[in-house]
Design a protein around this ligand. Sequence first.
Ligand code: RIB
Length: 317
Amino acid sequence: MSANKGRIAVIGSNMVDLVTYVTRMPVKGETVEAPSFEMGHGGKGANQAVAAAKLGASVLMVTKVGDDMFADNTIKNLAGFGVDTKYVTRATGRSSGVAPIMVEPSGENSILIVKGANNDLSPADIERAAEDLKSCDLILLQLEIPVETVYAAIDFGKRHGVKTLLNPAPAVANLDPERIRHATFLVPNETELAILSNLPVGSEAEIETAARSLTARGVETVIVTMGSRGAMLLTADAVKRIAPVRVTPVDTTGAGDAFVGSFARYYVAGAGLDAALNKAVRYAADSITRRGTQKAYATEAEFEVFCAAHAAADRVA
Ligand code: RIB
C-alpha cells in the first residue's frame, strides 16, 4: 500500500500544550509541587494532521494561529512534518490556542483549553481553500473551532463528494444532530457518545445501542474509541469490535488524535475499514507509551517495529 496515495485535509485547531506531570492533582486552594514540565505542539486538529503526516500521508491543514510568540513556531512545526501550511492564517489581536495539561502517574490527563485564534476559523476559511479541499479524499474535523465552521465543512464535503470524519472532541452539548448526520464517519469516545446520544454507555451493549441511535439518525459509519477496550465499528447493518493492544500507559494525552490521524492515513491509502481500524488501535496504543502528543507519535518505520513486536507477543500469548 502506497503512503502517498490519497490526500487528507484537516480543518481544525492547533494549540501549544503546557504539560505538567504531577504526582497527584491539587485540591482547591492547595499548592502541590510537581516533578516536571514540558511544552509541546498540540491541538486536536494539528495532532491528527501530524500523526497522518508522520505515517507518510499527504496532509493539508486549514487552521488559525494568533499573533504571539507561538504562531511562527506552530507553522514551522507543521511544515517540518511535511504538512501543507498554505491555509494556515494569522488572527490579529488574538493569542494562539494554548492547553494547560496535567498528567497523573497513571498516564491519565486533565486538560484546559484556551481556543484563542482557533475561535476565528470561519466558513470563509473553507471557501478560501475550496479548490484544494475538493481534491482531498478525506476531511478531518474536531470541535476546537466554531461549530458553524464544522457544519460548513460537512456541507462542503457532501456538496463536492469529499468524505468527512468528525471527531466530536472535546464534547459539546449544543451540537445539532441534523447538521452532523452527513459526516461520513463519526468518531466519538465513550463520553462524547453519551453526550451525543443522550444514552448510557456503561457496558459494551449500551455503547452499541448508543452508537446505533446515531446510525439511525443517518450517520453512515460510527467508530467508538474505547481506550483500553479497543474500538467498536457500527454501520446500518453491521457491528464489529476491534480488540485492544495491551501496553503500559505513560501519557494518554492525544491518543484519540493518534487514532483518527492514523485511521485516516491508512483509509485513504486504500486499506479497508477493518485494516485501517486495526492500525489505528495499534498506533494509538503505541502513542501512550511516550510523553506528549505529536512528539509521541511514531513515524512509519517506528510503527512497523511496534506492530511486529505486538504481532509476535500476540502469537506467544
Ligand atoms: O487531544 C489532545 C489535545 O487536546 C492536546 O494536544 C491539547 O492541545 C488539546 O487540544
